[in-house]
Design a protein around this ligand. Sequence first.
Ligand code: CP3
Length: 356
Amino acid sequence: MSANETPVRHQPPTATYDSAFLKACRREPVPHTPVWFMRQAGRSLPEYRKVREGIPMLESCTRPELVTEITLQPVRRHDVDAAIYYSDIVVPLKAIGLGLDIKPGVGPVVEEPIRTRADLARLRDLTPEDVPYVTEAIGLLTKELGQTPLIGFAGAPFTLASYLVEGGPSRTYENAKAMMYGDPELWADLLDRLADITAAFLKVQIEAGASAVQLFDSWAGALAPADYRRSVLPASAKVFRAVAGYGVPRIHFGVGTGELLGLMGEAGADVVGVDWRVPLDEAARRVGPGKALQGNLDPTVLFAPREAVEAKTREVLDAAAGLEGHVFNLGHGVMPSTDPDALTRLVEYVHTRTAR
Ligand code: CP3
């Protein structure tokens, strides 16, 4: 066992152990298909916009009572089967002292991009003392949530590196890819540093009480499979290995990753997230046996009339009918202008239609 791995813990079953969500992740029979939505906590909810008024995004992530309230809002409103911890993928990077911010309507922006070996020195290890508000918020949340599981999350090394090297959001990732192709050693060392930070951040969340974790490699779909295997998979696999011993389900998600689904499973996930471009039965063939799938309704379907939403939802459920474990979700995050009532109706529709 390497220094980074955790021993397997045989803990007594927690309050959330028998939830439909955790059963589906473990590929056990479920009373109904569990549902949650990426980005369920956030701008689609008027009650979110109200409590966030005047508070910058990254500051809001450091206030435990506010984090608790925002995380609970979609659970109360939609009756989803899991909560996702309200935070952001750049929170651990900010916590170790990097100069960065989230610009409204833009996304994460980094003051001084990471481009050279000397820049790596700015990426120190993360300790639980760097993020006391995470431990505190999750303590409050697990009390409030009772039997509803809380999903912790982090950004995967590639997606974090894409922001750090580019300095902000990008469509082409030209600087990140130039480093990946041009200085593979520096690239590998950067991703390895990020893997350690990410693993430490997930451990804090699990130790505080998160029942599952999701690694967001949102932008990995920009990579060809051979490059993903060589230059990204080792770092993501290190993150998954580091938290394997806790026995909590590990979900791995990216957008446009149809050609990478097998490799993303190989990286060590228990559940592979699928966007809307690949039907779930085909995704299951690509991922192979032994893993549950999560997804995959196109988030823009929610702008269509109710009958169309229901028809597209049936397509997803039909494609998932033969799977051993299915967690219903969108193929990417809830879009800010989505009607929250459409989400509430969708949860109810999936629950009713799949009740066994
Ligand atoms: O409900 C949830 O899913 C939990 C909260 C959550 C946020 N960010 C809050 C947030 C999660 C899981 C994330 C992850 C995240 N952040 C990802 C991976 C998920 C994905 O969508 O692929 C990525 C790529 C980021 C980086 C990021 N942060 C972007 C692209 C943006 C949007 C910028 C904008 O204004 O359009 C953010 C900001 C952000 N993170 C918001 C929220 C609620 C919006 C900012 C606000 O409310 O002021």
